[in-house]
Design a protein around this ligand. Structure first.
Ligand SMILES: NC(=O)C1=CN([C@@H]2O[C@H](COP(=O)(O)OP(=O)(O)OC[C@H]3O[C@@H](n4cnc5c(N)ncnc54)[C@H](OP(=O)(O)O)[C@@H]3O)[C@@H](O)[C@H]2O)C=CC1
Ligand SMILES: CC(=O)N[C@@H](CCC(=O)OP(=O)(O)O)C(=O)O
Length: 344
């Protein structure tokens, strides 16, 4: 049994993490923080946890966090970097669901996040925690950078063809849609019901902070630097990411061979489901599950379209963090993550 703490327990990813950890047989959620709700019982804010969780929110006290085996940060970027070096020095392992340790280059972090990196020495300790691409490095890590939600859907969709050297790296376009929970629980005018419920818009077309993260990881897979166009959209739904990924093949492949590349690449992966060729996965088929469902299309010879769907709060955040925790502590990778998606 390990004792874990969550910093940022009132946000959407923090509460999803607590829901998953409460049911995990090897974990005791021992500490959950909120500055605004310190002193409030967790189950009075989240009644779904009544009867399952006796915790009360407390302030993010570093001494109390240092007594944990593992601390998750489910906080906005810029928070974890001020506490992580101290925790690591005291032997606590850390999984950051935010973006502080995802970009390996502190100058790139400063450029995309608009703040200097205040713990750049710890960047060398960080392992990018997308198990399907970086699994070998995770068990020995002290600090795991949990990927962003869009990067999870995009990288998993492109990985098989890039790793096989089959895609022209200059032809990649990721057209993505996210539910509004992707923007967090804090009140924002553009997320209230009348603004978000009956509308659809793109954002960040000229540059979104997930683009350098995606490019960093895809370049590693391809073995050479690459760039892509990344266009996110806000969808009038609560959970889910749908990524439509375009690219051109370097050389001809039959539909069957294309499908076989995906099926073989992910054949043993418990959380990636390759659908029959030319399927159309829906976000609701993964809602509440730590699953990425992928379908491949070839509308014209050489033109590939990959469809990749995840739940942004599960495989895109909290579920992936539990998967990383399982790898860090030597638990079976699927432990506590057996949930089947909720439909409708
Ligand atoms: N929503 C999503 O789909 C995804 C989010 N992420 C990332 O995960 C992180 C959390 O996201 P999300 O749950 O949506 O965010 P929310 O805005 O919903 O929640 C943020 C949480 O952090 C706490 N917090 C804020 N500032 C501080 C601070 N300075 N010190 C300590 N705690 C603080 C808040 O509580 P309080 O202010 O009371 O302390 C709150 O509990 C972000 O970095 C986000 O980008 C990653 C993947 C997907
Ligand atoms: C719908 C929406 O607003 N989504 C967020 C991404 C959420 C996320 O994963 O952001 P982090 O990189 O900070 O973890 C956005 O586009 O900024």
């Amino acid at each position: 049994m390990i004792r874990v703490g969550i910093v940022g327990g009132t946000g959407y990813t923090g509460m999803e993490l607590l829901r998953l950890l409460t049911a995990h047989p090897e974990v005791e959620p021992a500490l959950i923080t909120s500055r605004a709700e310190a002193g409030t019982r967790v189950d009075s804010l989240f009644p779904n946890l009544r009867g399952h969780c006796d915790l009360t929110f407390s302030g993010p006290d570093e001494g109390a966090l240092a007594a944990m085996d593992l601390v998750f940060f489910a906080t906005p970027h810029g928070v974890a970097m001020d506490m992580v070096p101290q925790l690591l020095a005291q032997g606590v392992r850390v999984i950051d669901l935010g973006a502080d340790f995802r970009l390996r280059d502190s100058a790139a972090f400063a450029q995309w996040y608009g703040m200097a990196h205040r713990a750049s020495d710890a960047l060398g300790d960080a392992v990018y925690g997308l198990p399907e691409t970086t699994r070998a490095h995770i068990p020995g890590a002290r600090l795991v950078a949990n990927p962003g939600c869009y990067p999870t859907a995009v990288i998993l969709g492109y990985a098989p063809l890039l790793a096989a050297g089959m895609l022209d790296p200059e032809t990649l376009i990721a057209d993505c849609k996210s539910g509004v929970s992707g923007a967090g629980r804090a009140a924002k005018v553009n997320l209230i019901l009348p603004e978000a419920a009956d509308s659809l818009h793109a954002y960040g077309v000229s540059g979104h902070r997930h683009r350098p993260e995606i490019e960093q990881e895809l370049s590693l897979l391809a073995g050479a630097p690459l760039t892509l166009q990344f266009t996110p959209h806000l969808m009038p739904m609560i959970r889910g990411i749908h990524a439509t990924l375009y690219g051109r093949l370097r050389s001809a492949l039959s539909d069957a061979d294309l499908q076989a590349i995906f099926a073989e690449h992910y054949g043993r992966e418990p959380f990636v489901d390759i659908l029959p060729f030319a399927s159309h996965p829906a976000t609701r088929s993964v809602r509440g599950a730590n699953t990425c469902r992928i379908a491949v299309h070839q509308p014209r010879p050489g033109q590939v379209v990959v469809l990749s769907v995840i739940d942004n709060l599960v495989k895109g955040a909290a579920g992936q963090a539990v998967q990383n925790m399982n790898l860090l502590f030597g638990f079976p990778e699927t432990l506590g993550l057996e949930q089947i998606a909720l439909m409708p």
